[in-house]
Write a protein that binds this ligand. Structure first.
Ligand code: SF4
Length: 1018
């Protein structure tokens, strides 16, 4: 059959002939068996027959043909013959894991706990055993095959052989069969009379299967009236070389005894050329030459790249929308991705925004469904010992019993923040005993939390139990959680929640059945929870068939056997297409190949086959890839190189100007969805003619319309502190750092909502250090020197013990580490600096020195007040002084000129000097400004006199000895300039000037206001 629409028409004709041969009612086709590769195609076929009967006989009632996937058909045959009971995939995994755990416990093979190793190893072992079994290699054959190789003595190979032995033995002892065993059993007993109920057998588009299935198919093709329908050029299949995508089909057809016809394919000339050009053994130059010699090439093939996956999907959505507007049937448009799990959510979001009807048919991972997430969140709460975030997940889930009361989750969030606790069952209940009722006098938390803790009690045990017992407990928990009834209430898109719930129940039952089969394997809660999550990650669920209309968003395997008018194939990057698979951890490829296991090669060939097939399956093909993923540049899929000669010949991207760097246009007229329009008009402001669009009766336009209609009050409410008269020096520093940041922090008083944590915050840590050092000099009344250092150290230790007392600070790992850090780094650096300081003939005269209502006159003559709290002021006998600021973080460093970023210290110096007349100790003249680099952010001693008057002849410890010393005149200028800056900052604040102009643009990188002040976009 030709690929694409022509092939589809041929197929239709074939079935119409079959139907037309039926003499009259009743229209019985139950003697026709059709075997297809996917359950999706079974539905397509049933419709095909119905249409054919209606067309040929005008009837709408018929007895349908038997349309089944090969797997289902073989399973139904096996159910009819006596033999072992078939186990499912979950049971297989449970069995392998149990065997592995016992095996490791007996031998301590990899010097790791079997509990840790068994779950991670068992999945790989189960996959390896499955591959071997499907290739017809049993444990004995494996031992024989490996006997003469170097691999035979390797630990992992010994493990594989022993586990495979034990696995087969247990299955035999219990009269069970895994899927491969079932196929072997069936092949041994196969009786051609099993096919007697069918007059006609059609095998459609099954392009590959494992050896065992292929062997059974070969027996089926021996039926007297069996037809195999496959896509592609017969000649090309027959001659496909080792690396050609059709080799997979060629090998398979040989296995099932199907002879390929050399001709009669019926492809049009363009496709025939393309089929011979792609993956050809000719050189690119030869193909290019042939391409240039073509009289015409009417097929549209585009190869484009967008800046990232979101822009890529937006582009596809735009093109799909154009096609729909041009009248192309939605379900004839195919959008396919090699990694649909990654692209799926993005496609759903953007297609929904664009109003495109779609069907995302490929099954979804059950573990990602909201229903499963809700069920797992219950167990996770127990696993995480009832941490705050885990409880919030449970209480806020709409699928669980607490979804009935929306006040519970916010109340718990507030409670955790207020009390600064991270959760914990006992801790929460104790704290709740002392909590004041809420404003309305109701305690909304105690009862639900107690209920939840009681429901989870059976899981709070360290004892092990058989799988069946854990599944029974889980059954009771899900019943208590009202998951089933909540799911019915909440209707998700395409009813996917209900589908997910059904699959979840099915999976739980399957695990419970596995537990009953193997009661000897026991699990702790953690082991069982890991097994459960691992299982849910492998299981997939489907949306109901009724919802299959619209643009088809499919994975590669699902795209076969349809007629497509346009194909969009996206996400074509290396590592995803073909997918990069890990190397086999048990046996090297060179050993596996002779055994008939070629996983890596097969994955590459299968991917190339899909690529090849899809390129030939529609008249308009668009291939796309993202240029970046996150902050990483991507590499194009190697298959795209096949198009090189065609690009050179000008057959690809005909008439397209921009083929790379595609991204969303901000022009309103290019908008493809309401959200794009909102972004576009948001950035352009008033757009001529927009009223017409806004007034059109389009859903969701109301928000944009409302934004347009909104006119801000003529005078903005005055938040700018126009009449503010009192300022702190630290806030002025904030203003100078960035006026907009000041506005957010000090005018709007917004601050980011931080994670609840029992660890003390960096701010609290700084306060604790300040408090200890302040208390130190409150108690210490003599110089620090070599003789007194131990005593000083002991005092700091004592003060630290008080500051970090577990009664005040939670006993967490980080808090303990902080205390340790204080003693080992901060205290030592401080004492080193103090020893030197005391030799200079100065002493700390003021500690946490407050200066309030310091008067400062602005340029308009008005007077405002400045307030400050200075960590410490050191004074010599003449009253010369140095202003000191303790720092646990970074601080501004001095510059060689008089223009300085250092702002607070000079202002403090001026304020301290002028305000000191009333003090006991007279401050005569500021001679220096010092930071204490307590954490050692810069190299050197802690005491860093960042600016000082060198004309007094005193040398000071400074980390930047070139920049810190200043002449008396420069030092004076710096003080004066800082006061001028303070004045300007005050005037800016009072004038409401809050522009986003950071002093240092690096600040923007970590600024939480980046979105609000729009620097993020620039
Ligand atoms: S992101 Fe930059 S400009 Fe914006 S508020 Fe923060 S520091 Fe200021």
């Amino acid at each position: 059959m030709p690929y694409g629409g022509i092939g589809w028409l041929r197929k239709q004709q074939l079935f119409e002939e079959l139907v037309a041969a039926c003499p009259g009612p009743p229209f019985r086709f139950d003697r026709v068996l059709v075997l297809v590769p996917s359950s999706r195609m079974t539905r397509t076929y049933r419709k095909l027959f119905l249409d054919a009967v209606e067309k040929a006989h005008g009837a709408t009632a018929l007895i349908p043909p038997v349309v089944q996937t090969l797997h289902r058909f073989l399973s139904s045959l096996s159910a009819r013959v006596p033999g072992p009971a078939l186990i499912d995939e979950n049971t297989r995994l449970v069995l392998v894991e149990g065997i592995v755990k016992n095996y490791l416990a007996e031998r301590r093979l990899f010097s790791q706990s079997p509990d840790v190793l068994a779950p991670s190893l068992s999945a790989s072992l189960a996959a390896m055993i499955d591959q071997l079994a499907h290739a017809g290699i049993g444990p004995t054959e494996l031992r024989v095959a490996l006997a003469q190789t170097d691999a035979v003595d390797r630990k992992q190979v010994v493990l594989l052989m022993d586990i495979y032995d034990a696995y087969e033995r247990i299955l035999k002892e219990r009269n069970l069969a895994d899927p491969a065993g079932m196929l072997t059993h069936l092949a041994g007993l196969f009786d051609p009379s099993w096919l007697d109920p069918y007059d006609t057998i059609i095998i459609d588009n099954i392009a590959d299967a494992g050896d065992l299935e292929a062997g059974l198919l070969a027996k089926i093709t021996a039926h007297r009236n069996c037809r195999y329908l496959g896509e592609g050029l017969g000649g090309l299949v027959a001659r496909a070389g080792e690396a050609h995508p059709l080799r997979i089909t060629k090998d398979f057809l040989a296995k099932i005894n199907v002879v390929v016809e050399e001709d009669g394919c019926g492809m049009d000339e363009d496709n025939e050329f393309l089929a011979r050009a792609l993956f050809s053994d000719k050189t690119f130059a030869e193909i290019e030459q042939q391409a240039r010699a073509l009289p015409s090439f009417g097929k549209t093939v585009r190869l484009l790249s967008a800046v990232n996956p979101r822009e890529e999907v937006s582009f596809i959505a735009g093109e799909v929308k154009k096609a729909l507007r041009a009248g192309i049937a939605a379900d004839s448009l195919l959008v396919a991705f090699p990694s649909l799990d990654e692209y799926g959510p993005l496609v759903e979001e953007i297609f929904t925004d664009c109003g495109i009807p779609y069907n995302r048919a490929l099954g979804r991972q059950l573990s990602t469904s909201p229903v499963t997430t809700a069920a797992i969140s219950l167990l996770r709460a127990c696993h995480e010992e009832f941490s705050g975030p885990s409880l919030l997940r449970v209480l806020s889930s709409p699928f669980l019993t607490f979804g009935e009361n929306r006040a519970i989750a916010p109340a718990l969030d507030r409670f955790l923040r207020d009390r600064k606790i991270m959760g914990g069952k006992e801790r929460l209940l104790t704290q709740l005993l002392y909590q004041r009722p809420h404003d309305d006098g109701i305690d909304v938390l105690t009862t639900p939390l107690k209920d939840l803790f009681a429901a989870l009690e059976p899981f709070c045990t360290t004892d092990s139990a058989p799988l069946a017992v854990w599944m029974e407990r889980l059954g009771r928990l899900t019943a208590w959680s009202k998951l089933a009834s909540r799911v019915l209430l909440i209707k998700g898109p395409l009813n996917s929640n209900l589908q997910a719930y059904k699959k979840l129940e099915e999976t739980f039952s399957s695990l419970a059945a596995a537990g009953r089969l193997f009661p000897e394997y026991r699990y702790t809660f953690s082991e069982w929870f890991f097994l459960l999550r691992k299982t849910l990650m492998h299981v997939r669920y489907q949306v109901p068939p009724d919802d299959e209309g619209g643009v088809q968003v499919l994975g590669m395997g699902e795209t076969m056997g349809h007629a497509w008018s346009e194909i969009y194939l996206g996400g074509l990057i290396d590592t995803k297409f073909p997918q990069r698979l890990p190397q086999n951890i048990f046996l090297p490829e060179s050993t596996l190949e002779p055994l008939g296991i070629r996983t890596l090669e097969k994955a590459r060939l299968t991917a190339s086959h899909h690529f090849y097939r899809l390129l030939l399956s529609a008249e308009k093909i668009t291939l796309t890839r993202p240029e970046n993923e996150g902050d990483r540049a991507t590499v194009a899929s190697p298959f795209l190189a096949e198009l090189t000669p065609l690009i050179r010949a000008g057959l690809i991207n005909q008439g397209i100007e921009q083929t790379s760097g595609i991204q969303f246009s901000l022009r309103p007229e290019d908008s493809r969805s309401i959200s794009e329009l909102a972004k576009a008009v948001g950035s352009k402001g008033i757009v001529p003619g927009i009223e017409q669009v806004l007034n059109a009766d389009i859903a969701n336009m109301a928000a944009i319309k409302a934004a347009y209609d909104f006119s801000p009050p003529s005078e903005a409410p005055n938040l700018s502190s126009q009449y503010k008269r009192s300022f702190r020096v630290t806030e002025l520093d904030d203003y100078l750092q960035c006026p907009y940041d000041y506005y957010v922090k000090h005018v709007l008083r917004l601050r980011p909502l931080e994670e609840v944590s029992e660890d003390i915050s960096p701010l609290d840590r700084g306060s604790a250090v300040h408090a200890i050092l302040h208390s130190f000099y409150k108690e210490w009344d003599k110089p620090v020197n070599a003789c007194t250092r131990n005593e000083a150290q002991a005092l700091l230790q004592k003060l630290a013990a008080v500051a970090y007392d577990p009664a005040r600070v939670a006993d967490t790992f980080r808090n303990r580490r902080d205390q340790q850090l204080f003693l080992s780094v901060i205290a030592e650096r401080f004492l080193d600096a103090e020893e030197l300081f005391w030799q200079q003939g100065m002493r700390p005269a003021f500690l946490e020195h407050k200066i309030e209502a310091y008067k400062i006159t602005l340029s308009d003559g008005s007077e405002v007040e400045l307030n400050a709290k200075i960590d410490r002021i050191d004074v010599d006998e003449q009253g010369n002084f140095i202003v000191v600021d303790y720092k646990t973080g970074k601080y501004p460093t001095p510059k060689k000129t008089v223009d300085q970023e250092i702002f607070q210290l000079p202002v403090y110096a001026v304020m301290a000097q002028q305000a000191s007349s009333a003090d006991e100790v007279r401050l005569r003249q500021p001679i220096g400004l010092a930071y204490y680099d307590l954490m050692g952010k810069n190299k050197g001693l802690a005491r860093d006199v960042v600016l000082f008057n060198k004309d007094l002849g005193l040398d000071q410890p400074a980390i930047k000895p070139q920049s810190s010393p200043k002449s008396a005149e420069d030092f004076e200028t710096i003080l004066k300039q800082s006061m001028d800056k303070a004045r300007k900052a005050i005037e800016g604040i009072r004038a409401g000037d809050f522009t986003s102009e950071p002093q240092d643009e690096n600040k923007c990188r970590y600024c939480p206001n980046a979105v609000m002040c729009e620097t993020e976009e620039t």
